[in-house]
Ligand binder design. Sequence first.
Ligand code: AMP
Length: 558
Amino acid sequence: MSKTLYEDLVNVYEDISNTTSRLEKEDIISEFLRSIKEKDPEIIYDVTLLLQGKIFPPWSDKEMGVSTQLIIKALSKLLGEKTKTIENKLASVGDMGEITQELIKNNKQVTFFKVPLTIKKVISNLRRTESITGSNSQNKKLNLILELYTSASPLEAKYITRTITEKLRIGVGEGTLVEAIAKAYDIEKEVIDRAYMLSNDLGEVAKRAQDSLESVQSLTINPGKPIKPMLAQLSPGIKESIEEMEEVICETKYDGIRVQIHKKDDKIKIFTRRLENVTNALPEIVEYVRKALPDEDYIVEGEVIATRDNKPISFQYILQRVKRKYDVERMREKIPLKIFLFDVLYYKEPTAEESLNERRKLLESIVTTSDDVELSTMKTVTPENYEEAVELFNWSLEKGHEGIMFKDVNSPYSPGKRGKNMLKYKPVRETLDCVITGGIYGKGKRAKFFGSYLLSLLDSESGEYKTLVHAATGMDDEMLANLTERMQEYVISTNEQVVTFKPAVILEVAYSEIVESNEYETGYSLRFPAIKRVRDDIGLDQVDTIDKLMQMIELQNQ
Ligand code: AMP
């Protein structure tokens, strides 16, 4: 039976929080992982979960179901403190973990440290809270956490609370953990990265890395366990995107929700792009897909849309379906759904690492299409026949869809990555004419150029320019170089990578949405800004104003 003390992990949490250096954080974690390998290898999965502030594996739908209110009740019972007092503290401090630590430290009536807490004990008590339902469940849950608090030191209690509230606050992200695992077992980061990408389960990655290089290398996609979807970047334009990728699968972009459908043995599960299991909300999709594909294990991906008279209707309707827990059958009649499949990540064996071309061929060979299950409409295009993509774009909009996607035919499926292998292109967006007031030098091959510009609008009342957004996309290499050269004469000051410019050059910038923001002087910013062109045809007095921004916001709200 595993005996590693919870205190050991808590010391690691503390050490990690006490440094801002990512490298040091990685070293602390990797040293700890090595000590686990030596002393208590069976516990590695749980340790990796706890280092992420989690209790359940990523593929599990389980939740602890312990509210902050219940923590407060437990502490109140344990320490004889009024719940109201604790609530007031929470309102002023904000971190329930700190409060737990302080309360236990200041309380003299309880003798702590009766039984030293082990990692196993902590995770097992917290996990058991999930399965408790029915009458008296709150009390039973309360007893499970009370048992932990009774044995915990103030510091341990802090992290027990933070684990329950899912706010670990130690400043460790997935990237740091991947590096730490690689270091701990002396395995190349790329190997760990790949295993994590395909399994989405760091615990499993660490466990296998602890065993051997071969074991972690053999980790792959598994039907039943959701993987992070590959994400799309914005396309600057049809022609540009096709020229960049050279050979492109161009597909209709549907306006619905993205789903990953897993079949393992007899069981079909549907996950959203945030990896929530929505199988129960979408029973007909389960039926349709079961009928459309052979009786094998698979993972396919597609977009579910809501229809009326077989035409796509607004995305809002599908949201109503997906969030539905009750009355699913009635909703099923009210808002009919269909699915467009566009990828296959597993069919009898993993296929995610094959090229898109191969995956699409496979998809076409295994799916029997119908009115309910279709494949995404697509064309393979090259720079020579890019007009076909324009045709598909027009056709897609006519049919009521959202736009088109560009996907590199030679690319593998990269889970969780927002790369250049998949781009989305939507209809002409609103634009604003902004003046450049700042710039930041780029990185890597763009280091000599301004990779991003700070753009401002005119405040007609004061006559000053107020900042709105940093825009980096949309510039090709030529524009990047020309603009950098041109901006030199307007430099007011330079602070390392960041430069301030005298307002002189105006850029037209397209965007998808205006959003509120504390970061910019206008109090707003733009989502997905893309630089369209330099507006030498207008003067500084014609830069768009804050009044115009307000009008655009009104239009947007309509
Ligand atoms: P966005 O939601 O604007 O970030 O665009 C990316 C999303 O487009 C994906 O997450 C999918 O939900 C959706 N989508 C619609 N049609 C397709 C398609 N044919 N291929 C890939 N994604 C698609």
